[in-house]
Every structure is written in C-alpha cells, then in structure tokens.
Write a protein that binds this ligand. Sequence first.
Ligand SMILES: [Zn+2]
Length: 410
Amino acid sequence: MGQSTMAVMEDITTVHAAESATISPPTDHRKKRKRKTQLALLPGYAGPFKLCTEAAAEQQYAEALHGMLRKCRRIVVVVGAGISVGAGIPDFRSSGGLFRTVKDDFKMKGSGQSMFDSSVYQDETTTAMFHSMVNTLHSLSQGAKVTRFHQLLSQLSTERRLLRLYTQNVDCLEISLSGLETAVPLPVKAPWPKTIQLHGGLQKMVCAKCGWMGAFEPTLFRGSRIPECTECRELDSVREVVGKRTQGVGRLRPRIVLYNEFNPDGEAIGKVTSSDLKARPDGMLVVGTSLKVPGVRRIVKEMSSAVHAANGMVVWINEEDPPAAKMLENCFDLILKGDCQDIPCILDRWENSSAGPKRALTPSKKRKTLEDTGDIVSFNTGKATPERDRKITDVFKIKKMAGDRGKVSS
Ligand SMILES: [Zn+2]
C-alpha cells in the first residue's frame, strides 16, 4: 500500500492503539470459573509445522487448531491472496503472479506494485495495462469456484463463531458465501457486515467525481480509454439546457483501492476494527498473506494483543514464515506452513481419528458435538419424510458407534 493509503490506515490504527489499552486485561464478572488458556492445547510447542507431513506432527497441531475453531466464539480472520490461489486466481507477488504476467505482456519496467499504483492513470500505456489487469482478474473471479477454505470460513460464520473476516482480496469470492456478506460502501456506523473488504472489490465501479456506483462492467474498461460517467453526463446536459456552466464529466474506475490513494472506506474500517477490539476477540487466523501492507499488519498486531488478553490463540497459516518484523514478535502462537486448502482436510482427519474429539464424551455432549459439526441435523427443521428420518437415524447410529469405540479405546 502506498503512502497516502498507508497514512490513512495508520491514522486509523493509531486510534486503535489508544483504544486497545482499555480492553485488557479482560474481566468478565459473570463467569466465576476462570477460562482455561487455549495455549494449554499446545504443550511443548514444537512448531513451526509443515502442513501434511507426518501423522505424528499433525496430531500436535490439529488438536490445538480444532480446539480453537470449535470452542472460540469471536474469531477474527485476516486473509490475503493466498486463499484464492486454490480457486485459480494468481496472487500478485509470486513469480507466476499477476504483476509479473501483465508486466511481461506490456513489456513494463519497474516493480509489480507500480501496476496497482494510482499513477497508472497518468499515461495511456499504463492505463491500458491496468485495464487489462482488472479485466483478467475480473474474468478469473467470475469463473472461479470458492475453495474449501472459503467454505470453512462460511461455516465458522453460520456457527456464530466468526467475529469478522478482514479480506485484502478484491476477487469478491468470499462475499458470495452465506454468512460472509459485505456492504459497499462500508457504513461508518454499526451494524457492520461480516466481511470487511480492506482494499475494495472488483464487483463495483464508481465515478471518481460524483461518487455514482454500479455493478462493474468489464467491457467499459478496454484499452487506454477511461469510461465516462453517465450520471455526470446527464447532469451536465441538464445544466447546459438551463444555461448553467458545465461542471465536467467524471470518469469511471473499478472500486478498488490503489497504492498511494485515499481509501473511501478508511474511516469505516477504523470504526469496525475499534469495535472488534472492544468485543474481546478470542481467536485469530491470519491466512494467505505476507502482511506487506503496514495498515493490515497493525490490525493483526492489535487484534493479537486483544486475543491474548482473552486467553485466546493466534494462528498463522501461509506458505511462508511470518515477516520478521519487531512489531509482530510474539504475535503468533501456532505457525502452520503450507497450503491453507489442506486445513479442512487435516481437521476432518483429526476429528475422525482415535485421538479425535469424540472420545470420552457424555451422551448429551456427544449429541451436541455431532450437531455442532453438522454430522447430525436438528430434527426440528425441514419437512419430515420417512426417508429423511431414516437417513438421520442411520447417521446418528454410525456416529454413535464411532463415538462409543473412541470411548472404549481412550
Ligand atoms: Zn459521475
């Protein structure tokens, strides 16, 4: 993120820094019993762990991750391009990433980042290149299917465990899922949507002058011509008819935030993060991002302090290590290196293993767990049919047997 946007993000987060001082340590007088720290789930932590290696290593982190995702009620998730790679959308910075490909196509010099800089509108070649890039990204996003990891996030939300999803992605894949809706523009006052798009999204285009907004139309953004706003055009012709001075016609652009420019949702993002910090988040996942953007890094830092104050756990999941920044020291309790798309699979495997959660549960807890995981559905919903009832009973029997076996062996 460039300087002016960075400045906005940093202004927002400076406010947080002051406010976050008031949120710790948490004192919940309603609960007499002190909550057990989630870090107890990681005795003798031996990470960072590589995903999908040995079963023995997997046991060590799968229980902790499972414990967090199944027990926490206010999880914050911060994601980047890495979660959409599995959907066929290239990330920006890697060697096969979008910056590199478009740069080669247009024989451009300079950093990949310059292709997402507000200066792209300064000359025709860079405008054409930018249009080509947003078109490619838009068409890839339209054709992409959400990944298993996106679905896991949606599940967290429908189970009422997700406090907020902060996404840096402009592909809008997450917001198509139930429980992960967003609002554009982001309101400055609550209620806020589950998903906060930190850098806008490619589903909308906006007039830079009058602020008119509509669904993104890729055909308007071809070559170096910057499309005109029809709202401005109409207003201007009305003024002309009544003999008033022209005010000019605005240009349309995708509603994404470029480097070195103002984020129109900046103020609202600041309000949401402040509110989330006060809500005492009890778990955080940081996934598929290298945390290069200072404002996002600051959000992660402040949220992690709040999570630790609530005895929660912060998990890093990415192909790479967390950045070696002083600011992020001691932020992450569990570091998982690899493809985040392996996570749902690892959790399934652990849940169904002999060490899994179904051991030693009382019948009522077992029933509750099965309902939580969706292994059995509530008997009160939907239209009852003999066939459906039989299926539900069969599923319950199978799970019950598996649970009983676990109990005997433990
Ligand atoms: Zn306009």
